[in-house]
Design a protein around this ligand. Structure first.
Ligand SMILES: Cc1cc2nc3c(=O)[nH]c(=O)nc-3n(C[C@H](O)[C@H](O)[C@H](O)COP(=O)(O)OP(=O)(O)OC[C@H]3O[C@@H](n4cnc5c(N)ncnc54)[C@H](O)[C@@H]3O)c2cc1C
Length: 382
């Protein structure tokens, strides 16, 4: 006999755990289903840290969502009694005309966000760890912060359970069907029914959303941790989160201060396209050039942080065609909500998108300003 819920959430990662938390908070009978462990290392939400920025270079329209996310991060810390965010500020560096710098300044100006431009001398005085090329400028954004992704997923899940959500891990959704009367979800354990469905399947989204008609590309993203030779200059009280335009003009390097696992750094660019069902997550000889590139960048830009590479990992991005998120009702089914295509920058939004997904699943729409993330821009219409 199929078990009945109000809403089923597929995938309990960054977005799914937040959606379960918000749905359960509205008194809804919610079932979350996750194919692996909660806070697993196989999707897009592992690796100890994520960056939160408010002056959003990707598009100023994201800023109101980020402002709401900041409130929800504080609420989550209060409700759980845990530190989940280190609010230490960030420094972003590059040529004045690059997307990172020009876009950050535009978002800061449009939304009146504190963001100070530092010339090379001012940067040297304030953050002497950074060495930037002569034609680079720096921006200091005090509201930038470090998020702790695994703890955040665990916390959203734990608080969702306390609010009555039923969360199943190690259970894989095989397929789903929807009619105006409700949805049926078949897993490798049993079949469930619900009034509504929220699909937050990260890099596996295309497998569950074949009729969506929006191509999502999964890419392989190398991440490294080093043990700096001068740790006292790289700790959380000394070094802010940072991003530095790649002098070749393709993406940027970014990183965090020294955390328990080491000092993490990576490059934000579109890595090699992979099939999520066969991707090799072990860093191998094909990745050597990327890891050497990260070491070279550290040597060039933060020489004091140079040290042995103590860990390496592969994460995956799920990129939409325009690298903006896809949050909408399914084009063919009003009772199915989708959240995917986070294109390597979604984590910082998970509490506010969890709230939006709950609105959409329960009320048919949300007052949060998410219209610009609709599938309509790709021609998918309800
Ligand atoms: C290296 C790297 C660095 C990043 N840095 C940042 C950053 O600094 N700031 C930022 O904001 N964002 C960052 N991001 C992006 C951000 O982490 C992601 O956008 C976000 O975590 C995606 O969340 P998600 O819920 O879509 O996916 P996930 O958290 O991966 O969750 C999807 C879940 O669905 C489950 N699932 C899938 N299919 C099924 C099924 N059939 N049955 C059951 N369960 C299923 C999966 O197992 C998985 O747990 C980064 C990403 C990477 C890879």
């Amino acid at each position: 006999l199929a078990r009945h819920f109000d809403v089923i959430v597929v995938g309990i990662g960054a977005m799914g755990s937040a959606a379960c938390f918000h749905l359960a908070g509205r008194g809804c009978r919610v079932l979350g289903i996750e194919q692996f462990d909660l806070a697993n290392q196989l999707g897009s939400s592992h690796g100890e840290t994520r960056l939160y920025r408010l002056a959003y270079y990707e598009h100023p329209d994201y800023v109101p969502l980020l402002q709401r996310a900041a409130q929800l991060w504080a609420d989550l810390e209060r409700d759980s009694g845990q530190t989940l965010v280190h609010r230490r500020g960030g420094v972003f560096m590059g040529r004045a005309e690059c997307e990172l710098i020009a876009g950050t300044l535009q978002a800061a100006a449009e939304h009146d966000i504190a963001c100070t431009q530092l010339d090379r001398t001012q940067l040297e005085r304030r953050f002497p760890q950074f060495h930037i090329p002569e034609d680079y400028v720096a921006l200091h954004e005090p509201s930038a912060a470090i998020l702790l992704p695994e703890q955040i997923i665990q916390t959203h899940a734990e608080l969702a359970r306390r609010r009555g959500a039923v969360l199943h891990d190690h259970e894989k959704v095989l397929d789903w069907q929807a009619t105006p009367a409700g949805v049926t979800v078949r897993t490798d354990r049993q079949t469930y029914q619900a009034a509504g469905l929220v699909v937050c399947a990260g890099a596996w989204s295309s497998l569950l959303l074949q009729e969506l008609g929006v191509p999502l590309t999964v890419t392989r993203q190398p991440v490294a941790w080093v043990r700096p030779a001068t740790p006292q200059r790289c700790g959380i009280d000394a070094l802010p989160v940072w991003a530095i335009e790649d002098p070749r003009g393709v993406g940027f390097y970014y990183g965090f201060p020294l955390m328990p696992k080491g000092l993490k750094l990576a490059r934000h660019f579109t890595g090699a396209t992979v099939d999520i069902q066969t991707v090799d997550r072990c860093p191998g000889s094909d990745d050597e050039a990327d890891f050497n590139d990260l070491s070279d960048a550290l040597q060039q830009f933060i020489p004091e942080a140079v040290g042995p590479m103590v860990d390496r990992s592969i994460c995956v991005y799920t990129c939409s065609p325009d690298f903006h998120f896809l949050i909408d009702h399914h084009p063919a089914h009003d009772n199915v909500v989708i959240a995917c295509g986070f294109s390597g920058h979604g984590f910082k939004f998970c509490p506010v998108l969890g709230e939006a997904l709950a609105d959409m699943a329960l009320d048919g729409g949300s007052e949060l300003p998410i219209g610009f993330l609709s599938a309509r821009r790709f021609g998918a219409t309800r």
